[in-house]
Design a protein around this ligand. Structure first.
Ligand code: NAD
Length: 510
């Protein structure tokens, strides 16, 4: 059996191996999932919640272990492992415990007057076997959140976590086991893109994919062959717009955190900062000061961790080198400690004198690079911010909330934060997702459960009349239908004429 190497990105040391799932076993996994679905789909939401709540308690009991695993496998600071990976999952479960039943309950729908005598409602039904494919940057959160929602909605799930963070994949598998889910309700497949592609080819009933737009587009093409519905949570090139009336210190700190949390490997990272000309120079100066204060020594208090994936390191270096060769100015803190190790820690940099012709401004860098660009006015900055193929998230900074909200409304993005960054994803009551090349669909909040269901529309007639007005025979009905429409939808409503045409139609339908 082949194995995935577990590498600690901070030290560069190999710290273990995780066995991969053989490609030839995927058909069996689907067969097992489909059998398990027959039972799981018939459990009530309360019964399913019992397992999900147990999962929550298991995670909390193993908090220390979880922090260490995420920290070692992804190279992120422990504070980020707990806040961005573990907390968000626990908070999602808490949200679902409160709202899942209501979200998936039967919803009454109105029935229009033309269908008088009937009752309408909608109900939610699980889709079947859901395939969740997840990335390495938030290896716990971005796998667990869709898996938990899909399970709770009554589906069986096959999860393929990222091969770059296999230790987290293995830990999630053990958490599901400990939570005692019935056999094959949730299965974890360990491996790389070949395994991901094989799992897609097995025709799941829904695919929830989080990763690069390149892979997302390939998966969408495969899914289209069988009309498999998908959610695609893809990359971003998020703009941060700082007006001169923003709280200066807060904006600088927000820019630094938004650019460098998780070493910049965040789909909603601040990848472009536009600063109003009057405060541009002082903003850069303060950004440089604050950058140099960040703690990089590996410890529980470290602000910065490491890059996680070697290939991404190359992308970051290419973007910086290319921008500098085209005239960008580079500033870095020159921390010798970052270079002394053999891991993947590179120097965070501030790039100025950058423009929209550069890859560093057009393509997702996904690393510790802070691009700062001056702007003159509101119209110009909206145009600049929207000049990208991505549309995941954005932020606007100003004390004038009317202006900030006005600009937020004109940004082409799935979410916008005013005077903060990234944080919409932490609110389980807000739907999350992107537009343009940042993806298709939304999750979190009510829609996060509902996407994993078919919505069925049901209309009930008591079945005591012999016929309906719209059924055969049509003889003599046309003038009454005309009156029906003109009296009800015409400029002036005529209830008497409407009722009379309706009774004529009823009479002709006896
Ligand atoms: P990736 O696309 O390389 O891989 C993501 C997952 O897809 C991995 O599990 C991988 O094994 C699998 N995969 C790769 N090729 C496949 C194929 N042909 N068929 C099936 N599965 C395949 O992305 P990544 O490098 O792991 O993650 C980084 C990207 O994810 C960035 O672009 C980032 O912006 C994006 N991302 C988006 C969100 C979001 O919510 N919008 C969140 C985090 C990350």
């Amino acid at each position: 059996m082949e194995a995935l190497e577990v590498m600690n990105p901070i030290s560069g040391d190999t710290i273990g191996f995780v066995n991969t799932t053989p490609l030839h076993t995927t058909t069996l996994m689907y067969d097992q999932a489909r059998k398990a679905f027959n039972i799981w789909q018939n459990k009530s939401i309360k019964e399913r919640l019992h397992y999900i709540s147990k999962l929550k308690h298991t995670i909390v009991e193993q908090l220390e272990e979880g922090i260490d695993i995420i920290h070692q496998d992804a190279g992120k600071p422990k504070v980020e492992a707990i806040t961005a990976d573990l907390f968000t999952v626990l908070d999602t479960i808490a949200y679902l415990e409160k709202h899942a039943e209501k979200t998936l309950k039967i919803q009454k729908a109105k029935t229009p007057i033309a269908l008088i005598g009937k009752k309408s409602y909608t109900s939610y039904h699980p889709r079947g076997v859901v395939l969740v494919i997840s990335p390495w940057n938030y290896p716990f959160q971005l796998a667990m959140n869709p898996v938990i929602n899909a399970l709770l909605a009554g589906n069986c799930v096959i999860l393929k976590p990222s091969e770059v963070t296999p230790l987290v994949g293995q830990w999630m598998e053990s958490l599901f086991e400990q939570a005692g889910f019935p056999e094959h309700v949730i299965q974890v497949a360990h491996g790389g893109k070949e395994l991901g592609a094989k799992l897609v080819s097995e025709k799941p009933d829904y695919i929830f994919f989080t990763g690069s737009d390149r892979t997302g587009k390939m998966i969408q093409q495969e899914a289209a062959k069988h009309l498999i519905p998908t959610s695609l949570e893809l990359g971003g090139k998020d703009p941060m717009i700082v007006f001169q009336d923003a709280h200066f210190d807060r904006a600088v700190r927000g820019a630094l955190w938004g650019s460098l949390t998780n070493y910049g490997q965040v789909c909603m990272s601040v990848e472009r900062i536009y600063v109003e000309k009057k405060i541009y120079e002082s903003f850069i100066l303060e950004l440089k000061n604050e950058l140099q204060k960040l703690k990089t020594e590996p410890s529980d208090d470290a602000d910065l961790g490491s890059m996680t994936f070697e290939n991404q390191l190359q992308v970051v270096q290419n973007h910086v080198t290319s921008a500098v060769s085209k005239g960008a100015k580079i500033f870095s803190g020159n921390r010798s400690t970052l270079h002394e190790q053999k891991g993947m820690r590179i120097e965070p940099v501030i790039l100025t004198n950058v423009n929209h012709e550069m890859e560093a401004i057009q393509e997702e860098t996904f690393g510790p690079v802070i691009n700062v660009i001056p702007f003159e006015n509101e119209a110009e900055v909206i145009q600049l911010a929207n000049d990208t193929r991505y549309g995941l998230s954005a932020s606007v900074w100003s004390k004038d909330l009317n202006k900030a909200k006005r600009v937020a409304g004109r940004l082409a993005a799935g979410s916008v934060v005013v005077n903060d960054v990234i944080i919409t994803i932490a609110n389980p009551y807000l739907p999350f997702g992107g537009i343009k090349d940042s993806g298709i669909g939304r999750y979190h909040a009510q829609v996060g459960l509902q996407i994993f269901c078919h919505q069925k529309s049901i209309m009930v007639d008591r079945g005591i009349k012999k016929s309906e007005v719209n059924w055969f025979p049509y003889e003599g009905k046309l003038p009454h239908f005309k009156n029906f429409i003109t009296s009800w939808y015409g400029k002036r409503k005529n209830v008497i004429k409407f009722l009379s045409s309706y009774f004529q139609l009823l009479r002709k339908s006896k």
